[in-house]
Design a protein around this ligand. Structure first.
Ligand code: GTP
Ligand code: SPV
Ligand code: MN
Length: 613
């Protein structure tokens, strides 16, 4: 399709302006076809920027290696550029939109010289679903094109739904590396100076401008930029929820089904939980989504969720037949691997994959040939795969994908889980007393920082309410208020009992030796079954000042876990919680000023009183 064949005047005008600014050699409107996907891969492989893997071991799979500056989201270079600084809030980097656009226009000027501009029309959510939204990404990266093919729904059908004047989110992207005549890419093209990368969001006009990075959430603009940062603003404006949540379908041994979503920070277990293979006999988990949920109330008063994505962009290290067999089976074919190791026999390898690297040498994520590790244990500083190396795979390839994963009406949600990585204090599971208490507990959630962000100190704890701190496109005080408002609206309409129940989970408690107390992964089904029964009102809990904790014995014990450890996992750590409260008051809530809903301070006071008595 040619540029002048575009029927949507607004879209055509926007693309023409981008062409005039970025001056590519040519423009292609993407159709989402297999032929297009193959052609994009061919361009990269022929340039030496990607490797086709051994077709006997990984048919249809490719290996890529990014620039060392371009291996994760750049949080310090991610901007929420609202007209008013106060609308971005204390958890976002703010820039004045007029100044930021001027700076970025300077960078975009002629930035696609010597390259092709690809225009990717995509749908987040099943095409035509009333919860879905359309975006159009302009990019000069074939890597972005084929990853968007997997992660979103691309093509002509999207333009049909868009019509002549439909709403779309314009997503402008350039890797920031123009080519001179005769010049070719020899390595992953991007702007290697982190301080020249920009991942900018203009919430007042629902626009995204990204420059200088070709990787992950910085460049696949449908994902974190559209489906969370811009969508959270749309959701606030339109009365729905856009969340950093997996969606799973849980079936009990009697065949009864519940749908559950879970918000855990980046690299804290969403993909694993979404594909979990229960160790509890008779239980079944199927996947709807592994990273993002968009939710709207139906006319029946139930909250319905869709997965806006069409693929998984999952963390490779730690994925094994033991931890996530469904993910391992998903990535056997038609998968893109980025920044893993490459074996001598043309396969991929990463730390904790479950077996030692084959052969004598292996190519690491930096492109160096190193001795093949004899075990799959990670050696700090010598990782073969980058800790944030990832696979991109179509969701349909997941052996436990639920039949209804593409149902345009979504699935009715019974429970929300919130959590993080915490070595102490936070119990294995805990249920909120009610909606407001749940929003309060969500608002104070903390987690240890992981390798999913470039520029943060991994390991230290930060408050990451609702796992949304890096992804909320507006003031988080207003975000908490939005959650409270939706709950109140449902209750006022007589639908309070249809609201999802809210739970808090922590798979990451450690003992004195620094070992995980809870085996996690498939064993998390024991916690899911407790949650399932709790949703049905089972008498399996005790009331405490932090919420409903499991009654001793109500969570079945995995093999190898002692009675003492079980007790430790579900105990109320009074001193730890008192420290949490004072940290929340001084270092967390204080930041939000007047925008912090009063109800949340009231909850903090009630919890403090409860712990003191
Ligand atoms: P993003 O894609 O960054 O949003 O991450 P995610 O939340 O989907 O995390 P993922 O499921 O990819 O897990 C990240 C890391 O946590 C992997 O190394 C997993 O092995 C580890 N992990 C996941 N579940 C568990 C668990 O139950 N226990 C323990 N100890 N580790 C886990
Ligand atoms: C995350 O960091 O939460 C991810 C990966 O899911 S990225 O797409 O890079 O944001
Ligand atoms: Mn994520």
């Amino acid at each position: 399709m040619k540029l002048n064949e575009l029927k949507h005047e607004g879209l055509k005008k926007w693309v023409e302006e981008a062409v005039a600014l970025m001056t590519p050699d040519s423009v292609e409107i993407c159709d989402g076809s297999k032929a297009e996907y193959d052609r994009m891969l061919k361009i990269m492989v022929e340039a030496g920027l990607g490797v086709a893997l051994n077709p006997e071991k990984r048919p249809g799979c490719y290996w890529f290696r990014s620039d060392p500056s371009d291996v994760a989201r750049a949080e310090s270079r991610t901007f929420i550029s609202s007209k008013n600084k106060d609308d971005a809030g204390p958890t976002n980097n703010w820039r004045d939109p007029v100044e930021l656009k001027e700076t970025m226009r300077g960078q975009y000027k002629n930035c696609m010289k010597g390259r092709v501009m690809y225009v990717i029309p995509f749908s987040m959510g099943p095409v035509g679903s009333n919860i879905a939204k359309i975006g159009v990404e302009i990019t000069d990266s074939p890597y972005v094109v084929f990853n968007m093919h997997i992660m979103t729904r691309v093509g002509a059908k999207v333009l049909d739904v868009l019509g002549t004047n439909g709403f779309f989110v314009p997503c402008l992207h350039s890797i920031g590396k123009p080519l001179n005549p005769g010049e070719k890419d020899t390595t992953w093209p991007c702007e290697p100076d982190v301080n020249k990368k920009y991942i900018s969001h203009f919430p007042d006009t629902y626009e995204i401008w990204s420059y200088g990075s070709g990787y992950g959430g910085n460049a696949l603009l449908g994902k974190k930029c559209l489906a969370l940062r811009i969508a959270s603003v749309l959701a606030r404006d339109e009365g729905w929820l856009a969340e950093h949540m997996l969606i799973l379908k849980l079936t009990n041994p009697q065949g009864k089904v519940k749908y559950i979503t879970g918000a855990l920070p980046s690299a804290c277990g969403k993909t694993n939980l979404a594909m979990l293979i229960p160790t509890l006999p008779g239980w079944k988990v199927e996947t709807i989504g592994d990273d993002i949920a968009w939710m709207k109330f139906g006319e029946d008063g139930q909250l319905y969720a869709i997965n806006p994505e069409a693929g998984f962009f999952g963390v490779a290290p730690g994925t094994s037949d033991h931890s996530n067999k469904s993910a391992m089976d998903s990535v056997k074919k038609n998968t893109i691997f980025t920044n893993t190791g490459l074996t001598e026999d043309g396969d991929v390898w990463w730390e904790q994959i479950g077996y030692p690297a084959p052969g004598n040498t292996i190519t690491n994520w930096k492109g160096e040939k190193v001795p093949a590790p004899k075990t799959d244990k990670a050696v700090a500083g010598q990782e073969v795969a980058h800790a944030n190396s990832r696979f991109t795979v179509p969701a349909a390839q997941c052996p436990v994908i639920a039949n209804e994963w593409e149902d345009p009406k979504g699935v009715p949600i019974s429970a929300f889980l919130f959590g993080g990585r915490r070595a102490s204090t936070i119990p294995l599971v805990n249920q909120s007393k009610d909606w407001v208490h749940g929003v309060f507990m969500g608002s104070i959630t903390g987690s240890e920082i992981t390798a999913a962000a470039l520029d943060l100190q991994a390991g230290s704890i930060r408050r990451d309410p609702f796992a949304m701190v890096p992804f909320c496109g507006y003031h988080m005080g207003d975000y908490f208020a939005h959650w409270l408002k939706l709950g109140k609206k449902a209750q006022d309409a007589g639908n309070g009992d249809k609201l999802p129940k809210i739970f808090f989970v922590n798979w990451f408690r450690k003992n004195a030796e620094g070992k995980f107390e809870w085996p996690g992964y498939g064993e998390n089904s024991r916690v899911l079954s407790w949650i399932f029964d709790r949703c049905d009102g089972a008498n399996n809990f005790i009331e405490t000042p932090i919420g409903n904790l499991p009654k001793p014995g109500s969570i079945s014990k995995p093999e190898g876990v002692s009675d003492e450890t079980m007790a430790d996992l579900i105990k109320l750590c009074v001193d730890g919680w008192k420290k949490e409260i004072s940290d929340v008051r001084q270092n967390h809530y204080a930041k939000f000023g007047d925008k912090l809903p009063k109800e949340l301070y009231t909850q903090l006071d009630i919890m403090e009183k409860g712990l003191n008595s």
